[in-house]
Write a protein of this length. Structure first.
Length: 378
């Protein structure tokens, strides 16, 4: 079988190495040939080889290519994926932005053209959560998902707690080590996480999930003092993405949360990811592992194995559920507030921060304009 790789960067190169070096029993049993590797410039090729090219149309128009790995993460990714599918080529991608925006469209297009779309590495890096939810959804009603699905923010929060750093210090450390981009906005403002939880929700609940309708709150105003106050009430702060079916609607949230210090989530530190889901029959299940780096390349190559084995990853929405932000659930919050706080809502004051009684979403949303930072107890 002849394949093409689009991209040879931080993720593309380890994927190339695994396949090119034929690492593992799978490659001894199957003849996989890399015919093309698309790169931006020929002078950036890691070594001289005939398969490096800057011409995408060679890949698009070559009938020998039946499977394309899209591992660029570029603006043209959606266009290239779509063009390959229309040329009857199956796709393996880790591109969460494209999948979050065009999931159903690309799934249906692949089905119409007799090919397949694999996306295991789009969420959770090396954690096998996509296939796990897909398989569970076939025999189980999943009704809630929650987890830590961004290594950058978890690294920052853990560094603040464990290494006694300020937010700015922790961010700089993460950037220096390569865990955070020069512009970390997509991570620290929650945009990366909301795309991921939307993808997981669509797979788990069998409905289309528009991430633009979700509620998202970032962590840029987090302080060490706030985290210390959380510790005093037996809680640990984590940045959590969650979704839940409530009264026939899907509530999708990305927000700082407080978990019990003896909850397993509290021990998920630095660049590790953690996803927990709840179902009628599966009850509470969880997956854990590194969300970036070599583990991501391994997940991408495992999709190749599934493709060769004939696995069908097709996920079609089978019901219509309204997607909403923070408008249904109730909660207890630890709040840093600008102004006079309504003490009728308060259970206790901890170092100047207000730990509320259980309040509904309407009450919380009315407080939000004056909230400097908060975390929800889960």
């Amino acid at each position: 079988m002849k394949i093409a790789l689009l991209g040879n960067g931080n993720i593309g190169r380890p994927v190339f190495d695994i396949i090119y070096n034929k690492e593992g029993k799978f490659f001894k049993d199957n003849n996989i040939e890399i015919k093309y590797v698309l790169i931006k410039r020929m002078d950036k090729a890691p070594f001289e080889a005939p398969f490096f090219t800057t011409d995408f149309t060679k890949i698009e128009n070559d009938p020998e290519i039946e499977l394309v790995f899209e591992i660029m993460g570029a603006r043209v990714s959606y266009d290239f994926i779509k063009r390959c599918i229309l040329k009857h080529k199956s796709i393996i991608t880790a591109n969460k932005a494209v999948i979050a925006d065009h999931f159903t469209e690309l799934e249906n297009l692949a089905k119409e053209n007799g090919v397949k779309l694999f996306l295991e590495a789009a969420v959770g890096g090396g954690i096998p959560i996509i296939s796990t939810l897909h398989n569970n959804n076939l025999v189980n009603n999943i009704n809630r998902i929650e987890g830590i699905v961004n290594g950058t923010t978890n690294y920052i929060i853990t560094s603040m707690e464990k290494d006694n750093l300020s937010y700015d210090e922790a961010l700089k450390k993460a950037q220096k080590l390569g865990f955070a981009e020069a512009d970390p906005s997509a991570d620290v403002l929650g945009y990366d996480m909301v795309r991921k939880i939307s993808i997981l929700s669509q797979i788990a609940y069998g409905c289309e999930v528009d991430h633009n309708k979700a509620y998202v709150y970032g962590i840029t105003n987090i302080t060490k003092e706030f985290m210390n106050a959380a510790n005093k009430v037996g809680k640990t702060l984590k940045y959590i993405a969650s979704s839940e079916i409530i009264d026939g609607k899907v509530e999708v949230l990305v927000e700082p949360c407080l978990v019990d210090s003896d909850d397993i989530v509290a021990s998920v530190n630095y660049e590790f990811n953690f996803i927990r889901y709840f179902g009628d029959h599966s009850q509470k299940q969880l997956v854990y592992g590194k969300g970036a780096g070599p583990a991501t390349a391994n997940a991408i190559v495992n999709d190749l194995r599934l493709y060769v084995a004939g696995y069908d990853p097709y996920i079609v929405p089978y019901r219509d559920l309204e997607v909403i932000g923070n408008s249904l659930s109730k909660g207890v919050y630890l709040i840093e507030y600008n102004g006079i706080f309504d003490m009728n809502l308060v259970d206790k004051v901890v170092d100047g921060y207000y730990l509320t009684k259980e309040i509904d979403s309407t009450t919380f949303n009315n407080l939000l304009p004056n909230i400097k930072f908060y975390a929800k107890c889960i």
